[in-house]
Write a protein that binds this ligand. Structure first.
Ligand SMILES: Cc1ncc(COP(=O)(O)O)c(C=O)c1O
Length: 417
């Protein structure tokens, strides 16, 4: 069956024809590709066309699609059982590896998605501090739990307002929202409500509204303010964790949060999330403490095997190689007229304006140009993330042949920009 036929049927089953909204291609227009199979940096759609993938399932596939060692680890684990709902040794192997890479994770809990990791970390922070309010930053995404689908209300440090229907006002009001890079508002918010905040959560490398790279002073000041006011600082490293360095953004920035959340790469392509950090904070989590959090499939043995097979490859040399390669890809993007490519590690943001630090600085025309680029590159067999607010993800499978192919496609579309 063709993409088009499948999509028409999908529309009868799923809202927007998809299992997650951005996949619907509403931002860029056209019919979403139905992936048939994928390997390395490439996938084939249901029409039999081959594409160079620069979205890579939104980040988990740092080694590329269907890496042989991950497949082998998964099939070995599978033979021993798909789920136990009981402790199993692979959880410990992955936990050990995580602690080697991120020393400030003293205790952790596996869950099944990034959303769940963040939601649970916030509950632990609330249980630990006995406070209800939290702080987030406009331009950061932390999954779709109620308290995080929130934008700033009117006025300084006031109650947040829901950004999604279905989020109770009373829950949104417990979240305060500060604009990224806005040091004055950050200071004033802590002065006003610092003592009421359980947690401040931030993507240290904000990568969900484009790549809004922050000044290190901003993040350092946030760390200081949290310490001063007894607020749990949570780094949401669902994207940056194990992608930008062995110890993620915390290591690269030299800032240690109290807790961190992970997902994507630690599952190697299987559904895994993780929250963890200081052992005194994690001590409140059930059954040790009064904060309840559980999961039927948490620590799933097959997912643990995929995660471990991935994480074993992530050495300092691996990151150095990926970084050097990513620089070449950013330059290749920038060969397209008018395009700048803010980059951090192997995260790239094709942007038709100069780089920005806050979400309200992204121009509508820049997104319009990206939408045209998306369509033009797709016609050349290159699959960019289907929204101008999303970053492109590179993997170890994006080698010289892929780069050459990308350059060829970019040269073919350049005249239109
Ligand atoms: C920084 C960040 N936090 C949380 C999430 C939510 O993760 P998931 O989609 O696995 O629920 C995402 C998803 O992209 C993310 O980028």
């Amino acid at each position: 069956m063709s993409n088009e036929t499948l999509f028409q049927e999908a529309l009868t089953h799923f809202p927007g024809g998809v299992s997650s909204p951005v996949r619907a291609f509403r931002a860029v227009g056209g019919t979403p590709k139905f992936f048939k199979k994928a390997s390395g940096a490439w996938f084939e759609d249901e029409d039999g066309a081959r594409f160079l993938d620069l979205c890579m399932s939104w980040g988990p596939l740092i080694l590329g699609h269907a890496h042989a060692d991950i497949l082998a680890a998964v099939s070995e684990a599978m033979q021993e059982g798909l789920t136990f709902g009981a402790p199993s040794r692979r959880e410990l192997s992955l936990a050990r590896r995580i602690k080697e890479m991120v020393p400030f994770i003293e205790k952790m809990r596996f869950v099944s998605s990034g959303t769940e990791a963040v939601m649970s970390a916030l509950r632990a922070a609330r249980g630990f501090t006995g406070r209800d309010r939290i702080l987030k930053f406009e331009g950061c995404y932390h999954g779709h739990s109620d308290g995080l689908l929130v934008k700033a209300g009117s006025g300084l440090a006031t109650f947040g307002a829901p950004t999604s229907a279905g989020v109770p006002k009373g829950i949104a009001e417990l979240t305060s929202v500060v604009t990224l890079d806005d040091m004055d508002t950050l200071e004033r918010t802590f002065a006003e409500i610092g003592g009421q905040l359980a947690a401040a959560i931030i993507e240290p490398i904000p990568a969900n509204n484009g790549l809004l790279l922050q000044r290190p002073e901003f993040l350092k000041r946030l760390r200081e303010l949290c310490t001063q006011h007894g607020v749990v600082l949570i780094f949401d490293e669902v994207i940056s964790g194990f992608r930008v360095a062995p110890g993620g953004a915390a290591e690269r920035l030299g800032i240690t949060p109290d807790m961190a959340t992970y997902g994507k790469i630690i599952g190697g392509g299987m559904p895994v999330g993780l929250y963890g950090g200081r052992k005194d904070i994690m001590g409140v989590v059930a059954p040790d403490g009064p904060v309840y959090q559980a999961g039927t499939l948490s620590g799933n043995p097959v997912a643990m095997a995929a995660g471990l097979a991935t994480m074993e490859k992530l050495t300092p040399a691996f990151y150095a190689g990926l970084e050097a390669n990513a620089e070449k890809w950013a330059a290749a993007f920038e060969a397209i007229p008018g395009l700048h490519c803010p980059r951090y590690g192997s995260l790239l943001w094709p942007l038709f304006q100069d780089s920005v630090r806050r979400s309200d600085a992204v121009k509508g025309e820049a997104i319009g140009s990206f939408n045209r680029l998306h369509k033009a590159m797709l016609a050349q067999g290159v699959y960019l993330p289907p929204s101008g607010y999303e970053v492109a993800f590179l993997s170890a499978a994006h080698g010289d042949a892929e780069l050459a192919r990308f350059k060829q496609a970019a040269a073919a579309v350049a005249k239109d920009f």
